[in-house]
Design a protein around this ligand. Structure first.
Ligand code: TRP
Length: 333
């Protein structure tokens, strides 16, 4: 490899992605491909920590791969692979488990939230989720991890585990840093704009799915919650309008100031329509490309097999170092 920094990120194949996931994650990832050695994973093992329908999980995994490709992840530039195709992730998790304390995992905000939401299935995997995530990151000598606010705590544990291992056994892991994107637009719910846009929202009008068609997108924007004065400006006391302005700004590449100027004097109805159209213009070609790619399973399988080969080479180098340092006897050849 060259001297570019290694950047690692992953998304779970747990159903449709929202406009928020696209803007907050995948869209940025395509821009990072030239400046970093990017490794992007489909975190299927993480998905199993909540109940999954096996056939659906398989379908979601293919869909997410196709979506990554449709959004412009280029397998010539980045490594794209399925987490379970590289068993080193599960293997390193075991080693790191022996140096993680239960209290470190039970106090995780996401564990507490998910234990409540899935109270009929609070399993060891759900608790261990951050250790698997640490393994994902540490196997690749990752320097940078683009993560949203909800994953910051997990990244912090990855750093702690890297430091702990290094001080116990000598320098082995790079200590990863969060990568904070310059265009840090956080996309909020269209119905409750103080909450993050989420695909698990019970109200389907609250989020835009990357699978929505143009009519649906425009209808959802028309119903977006705003406020009662009629000014289209970015302001803390106008969360609905601010959210729509930042969505418009990222999907069209216009600055917030220019967007405010452009919509000066518009009524809310026309403004919402314009934002809906701008979003539909971005989603439609991606959705079409994703559907085209999905029809070619052999092509997807080939990219994933190649990605798993390249990822394995890096991951097993790290894992064998780890096994040796902790005192496991290497298998004779
Ligand atoms: N937990 C992350 C999420 O749900 C996905 C993920 C898994 C991840 N492994 C990772 C993100 C490693 C960054 C690095 O968003």
């Amino acid at each position: 490899m060259d001297d570019k920094k290694i950047l690692f990120s992953a998304v779970q194949p747990s159903g449709t992605l929202t406009l928020g996931n696209y803007i907050g994650a995948i869209k940025n990832w395509t821009k990072l491909q030239d400046d970093y050695n990017c490794i992007y994973s489909i975190a299927d093992l993480h998905t199993l920590t909540v109940k999954q329908e096996p056939a659906l999980l398989r379908a979601h995994t293919y869909e997410l791969t196709a979506l990554y490709l449709a959004c412009g992840i280029d397998p010539e530039k980045a490594i794209l692979f399925i987490q379970s195709h590289v068993p080193a992730h599960a293997e390193l998790t075991w080693i790191l488990n022996t140096m993680t304390y239960p209290g470190e995992l039970t106090r995780m905000t996401q564990f507490k939230d998910k234990s409540q939401r899935h109270c009929d299935n609070v399993n060891m995997g759900l608790m261990d989720y951050p250790v698997l995530m640490a393994s994902d990151i540490l196997l690749y000598n990752t320097e940078l991890v683009p993560v949203g606010a909800d994953q910051k705590q997990h990244l912090e544990l990855s750093r702690d585990l890297a430091i702990r291992f290094n001080s116990r056994y000598s320098e082995t892991f790079k200590v990863p840093e969060p990568y904070i994107s310059k265009v840090g637009a956080k996309i909020m719910s269209l119905q409750e704009p103080t909450k993050k846009m989420s695909k698990s929202d019970a109200n389907i009008n609250a989020f835009i799915s990357m699978d929505d068609d143009t009519d649906t997108i425009i209808r959802k924007f028309k119903r977006a919650v705003t406020d009662s004065d009629n000014k289209i400006v970015m302001s803390e006391d106008k969360p609905g309008i601010s959210n729509l302005l930042s969505i418009y700004s990222v999907v069209t590449g216009t600055s917030i100031e220019d967007a405010e100027k452009r919509f000066d004097g518009y009524g809310y109805g026309d403004f919402k329509l314009a934002v809906g159209e701008a979003v539909a213009d971005v989603i439609k070609p991606i959705k079409e490309e994703k559907e085209r790619i999905l029809k070619d399973k052999a092509y997807i399988d080939k990219i994933l097999a190649d990605g798993a080969d390249r990822a394995s080479r890096i991951a097993y180098k790290t894992l064998s170092k780890v096994y040796r340092k902790v005192g496991l006897v290497p298998r004779a050849r």
